[in-house]
Structure formats: structure tokens, C-alpha cells
Design a protein around this ligand. Structure first.
Ligand code: ADP
Length: 162
């Protein structure tokens, strides 16, 4: 049976850290569905549609990666997609506690779905969407932290909304 994994997140916006995890995940699973969470409680910089578009552009050369978005419980979405695995990236020990909580509750909700953790590439261990937005907001360069299309999108966002 083909292995399908869901890589969920906010991706507001996608960074080189995300791209690294997606690329490596795509070598392990037959299909990786990158799913943008439509989280009403966070105030995002990019709309879900914009985040999906950026992810599509960034992953266009990886044939077994699909981009989607979802509302509600992750575990329900995973089942709807006939996936058996959730991919999450781990940066530092600080990520661990929260991720363990989420993986444990997801396992309680559905024993058939495994969470698969991937260690960050060392060069991206400090990298998050929040850090990138903070740097870009003050018009400092974010080259090497995000793909080129994302850098361009950030530039546009902050020139309209300085
Ligand atoms: P969330 O709000 O669900 O944490 P994010 O967009 O911040 O969504 O992250 C999505 C996934 O990518 C998470 O598993 C996160 O740990 C992982 N991730 C984010 N940045 C990095 C990075 N620099 N290296 C490895 N994994 C990362």
C-alpha cells in the first residue's frame, strides 16, 4: 500500500526549514501532503490561499508533494486523506514538550496514525516563520532563510503594510 504522510503547520510563510523537512519527508513517503492549518485563533500575515500558493511554487519540482489546507482536528483530516503518518520537524528541546503532547493526544484519538519526527538540519535550527517576519518587517534581508518567491512576497507585504 502506498504510504501517505501529512505534514501540517501554519507555514506563515514557508521557510527553508520547512522546505528541508518537506524535501526529506518526500524521500521517505510515497506522497507527502503539506496541509496549511486554517487556525482562527492566530492572526496570520499571509492568508491561507497565499500560503498555499507559496508552498505550491516552492515545492513545484517535488512530484510526490501535494499542497492543501484544512480546518478542525488534524487527526480527522489525516483519516480523510487516507494517510497513516503525521510528519513534524523538531528544532530544539523547546519544541519537544509541545510536540510530545500533541503526538500523545493524536495517538489517543487514533492508534493507527503515527507521528514521525524529523530533526532539523543544523543550519536551520534557529529558523521559524516568526523570526523571518520580524526580520522582514524591518526590511532586513531574509535571503537564505526563505525561498526567493517568499522573500519577494514578504517584501510586497511589508511595503504595503509597513
Ligand atoms: P505550527 O504552528 O504547527 O508549529 P509551523 O509552520 O511553525 O506550524 O511548523 C510546521 C512544522 O515545521 C512543525 O513540525 C515545525 O516543527 C516544523 N518546522 C518549522 N521550522 C522548522 C525548522 N527550522 N526546522 C525543522 N522543522 C521546522
Amino acid at each position: 500500500m502506498a504510504s501517505i504522510a501529512v505534514c501540517p503547520g501554519s507555514f506563515d510563510p514557508v521557510t527553508m526549514g520547512h522546505f528541508d523537512i518537506i524535501t526529506r519527508g518526500a524521500k521517505v513517503f510515497d506522497t507527502v501532503i503539506v496541509a496549511v492549518l486554517n487556525n482562527q485563533s492566530k492572526k496570520p500575515l499571509f492568508t491561507v490561499a497565499e500560503r498555499v500558493e507559496l508552498l505550491k511554487e516552492v515545492t513545484k519540482n517535488i512530484p510526490n508533494v501535494e499542497i492543501d489546507s484544512f480546518n478542525g482536528l488534524l487527526i480527522d483530516y489525516v483519516k480523510r486523506k487516507n494517510a497513516s503518518t503525521i510528519i513534524r520537524g523538531l528544532r530544539a528541546v523547546s519544541d519537544f514538550e509541545y510536540e510530545m503532547q500533541v503526538a500523545s493526544i493524536n495517538r489517543k484519538l487514533n492508534h493507527d496514525v503515527e507521528t514521525f519526527f524529523m530533526m532539523t538540519n543544523n543550519q536551520y535550527s534557529y529558523l521559524s516563520s516568526s523570526i523571518v517576519k520580524e526580520v522582514a518587517k524591518y526590511h532586513a534581508p531574509v535571503t537564505d532563510l526563505v525561498p526567493d518567491v517568499v522573500e519577494e512576497a514578504l517584501r510586497k507585504k511589508f511595503s504595503i503594510n509597513p
